[in-house]
Design a protein around this ligand. Structure first.
Ligand SMILES: [Zn+2]
Ligand SMILES: [Zn+2]
Length: 590
């Protein structure tokens, strides 16, 4: 999405002030680059002998404030003699600027001069701009962190120090953003993943390969149950396919040529053995299932779904938690249909995404990426498909952005970006049209006129991958899963030892009805157990059982985040709880 240009210019201009401040404090600092990025900006420095720490960041921020208060001006300066300027940079030790200028020597390169009110040049930086006129608008900024970053992103180059920072037009917006960052830190799924015993990643296994612990496997089981049920309801068939396949299949699909560096090859024992490859995608298998039968226009659309686990090699530096992994399960589906069926199929998928995200209380934004310059397939099919995607969205009055020319070479696509509880957006569902694979595998259907024709193929995911979606869910709920997903739904706490048998009986009754109940008969104090179950383990309900409750056949109920909600007959509570689970939270125990 386009970031507001004014904000970009502000952030980028602030990055120069940061560079100026760094050089004032560390005169040997060499400057690399300092662009605006999605939520702020950064600048890369090479500072011999200094590893920047928190205190340095504070000092740099203070120096920046001192500079900004002088109301400096930014002035563009066309370099009259490029070679002379390169030599000057080299003499100053500014090797990165020299290298960049060398590359841009024929682009009418410019410097930006920072001047004080008397017109003295205090600082210059190589840059094409644009910038603010002066530092007057730079009021709300904050340095956030420092990290290593290779010059030009290549491991072959020197590791530089990158300061991440942000700036906003107003203090209010800055504070709002910083509050959101704090909240995001608290919700970090890697932290919560350890605290709530949800998942782990081990060096012995490899980066980006996730162990799902029982607590998160429960959440996944519920989500998979929902997923299967909904697919059946919406006319999908569900399939299973192998984890590996001969290289022949990946040659036919084109993956060997276009996707090679992301694929895991299985070591051959002998020369004459076939080369096997771990699957990076499910699509070719689904096409082969399509091919196993003859199809006519009457048997289409064929909607084929699989929770398919795939493996894709990634640079280990980019791997983290559940959101950036090498092994993951896609909630994948491929739809084979006639061109006439396309709009209805797309509409049905959008419904599916909307209904699903609604359950999690997530709204979404949509982007449409259209035909790039080089593409496969016929132009008229592209036009038909793009018009179809637009029609499907227009028909439901959906707003969307168009990324002109940003589609894959084999088809246009719709991306869904869901918004979580603290307003961050995450890429989840996609609908991707494909004019390439049906041709490559030469799949056909017999049309009304008796002719054999190539079906339209759609790739689609709703969650994206199970790993990523669960990472998003953990952060969205801050680890406090709604009752239908919670690893334990109820904890039963006896007040004293003599109430333990009755508490166990209640727990068993709940378990028999399919409720995930935990009997907490440890010899800790009642209040401690209530607190721990509700707040630390984030269990939605705690039932307290004592003399009075046993006599009346009731339970005293406490709810996570709501405190005491009174005493109810056991049966009444159980029914209300089962309703809450069944309706996925549309009704709650009150
Ligand atoms: Zn600049
Ligand atoms: Zn696919």
């Amino acid at each position: 999405m386009e970031i507001n240009e004014e904000l970009q210019i502000l952030r980028h201009s602030t990055s120069h002030i940061m560079a100026q401040a760094v050089q004032n404090l560390f005169p040997n600092a060499k400057l690399a680059i300092g662009p605006a990025i999605e939520n702020g900006f950064y600048y890369d420095f090479d500072i011999e002998g200094t590893t920047l720490n928190e205190d340095n960041l504070k000092d740099i921020e203070k120096e920046m404030r001192r500079l900004v208060e002088q109301n400096l001006t930014f002035e563009k300066y066309i370099i009259p003699d490029v070679q002379k300027q390169i030599d000057e940079f080299k003499a100053q030790g500014e090797i990165y600027k020299a290298e960049l200028l060398e590359e841009h020597r024929n682009d009418n390169p410019t410097l930006y001069l920072t001047k004080d009110k008397d017109g003295n040049v205090l600082f210059n930086d190589l840059c094409a701009g644009p910038h603010l006129e002066s530092t007057k608008k730079i009021r709300a900024f904050k340095l956030l962190s420092v990290a290593g970053a290779y010059w030009r992103g290549s491991e072959k180059n020197k590791m530089l120090q990158r300061i991440y920072a942000t700036a906003f037009l107003t203090k209010e917006e800055l504070n709002e953003y910083l509050t959101m960052l704090e909240e995001a830190k608290k919700r970090d799924h890697r932290k919560l993943g350890a605290a709530l015993d949800l998942f782990s990643v081990r060096d012995e296994i490899g980066a980006g390969l996730v162990l799902w612990h029982p607590n998160l496997a429960v959440v996944r089981e519920e989500i998979e149950n929902y997923w299967r049920q909904e697919h059946r309801k919406r006319g999908y068939v569900i399939v299973n396919t192998p984890q590996i396949a001969k290289s022949k299949l990946w040659e036919l699909s084109g993956h060997i040529d276009h996707y090679r560096e992301n694929m895991f090859f299985i070591q051959k024992e002998n020369e004459e053995d076939d080369q096997y490859i771990v699957k990076p995608m499910n699509c070719p298998f689904h096409i082969l299932i399509y091919q196993a039968n003859r199809h006519s226009y009457r048997s289409l659309p064929l909607r084929m779904a699989e929770l398919g686990t795939v493996y894709r090699k990634e640079k280990s530096g980019a791997l983290a938690g559940l959101t950036r992994v090498q092994g993951f399960t896609q909630d994948d589906a491929h739809i084979f249909c006639t061109p006439e069926q396309l709009v209805d199929e797309i509409n049905a998928i959008i419904d599916f995404v909307a209904d699903t995200m609604d359950i999690f209380g997530m709204k979404f934004e949509v982007e449409l990426s259209t035909r790039p310059e080089s593409y496969v397939g016929e132009l008229k099919n592209w036009e038909l498909a793009e018009a179809g995607l637009k029609e499907a969205m227009d028909r439901r009055g959906m707003k969307y952005e168009i990324n002109e020319g940003d589609g894959a070479f084999y088809g246009p696509k719709i991306d869904f970006k869901v918004k979580d509880a603290i307003g961050r957006t995450w890429q989840c569902a996609t609908i991707q049209l494909d004019f390439n694979l049906p041709e490559r595998f030469d799949i056909k259907y017999q049309d009304k006129d008796g002719q054999l024709k190539t079906p339209v193929m759609l790739h689609r995911v709703i969650f994206g991958s199970m790993e990523r979606f669960h990472g998003i869910l953990i952060e969205h709920y801050a680890g406090a899963f709604p009752t239908w997903l919670a690893p334990y739904q109820v904890a039963i706490v006896p007040i004293a030892d003599r109430h333990a048998d009755e508490a166990a009986k209640i727990a068993n009754e709940l378990k028999n009805k399919g409720v995930r109940a935990l009997l907490d008969d440890r010899s800790e104090s009642m209040n401690y157990k209530i607190r721990e179950n509700l707040q630390q383990k984030k269990i939605p309900y705690v039932l307290v059982v004592g003399d009075k409750e046993i006599e009346d056949k009731t339970v005293a109920i406490r709810a996570r985040g709501r405190g005491q909600i009174g005493t109810k007959a056991i049966e009444e509570f159980t029914n209300a709880l089962l309703d809450e689970i069944k309706t996925k939270g549309k009704t709650i125990v009150e």
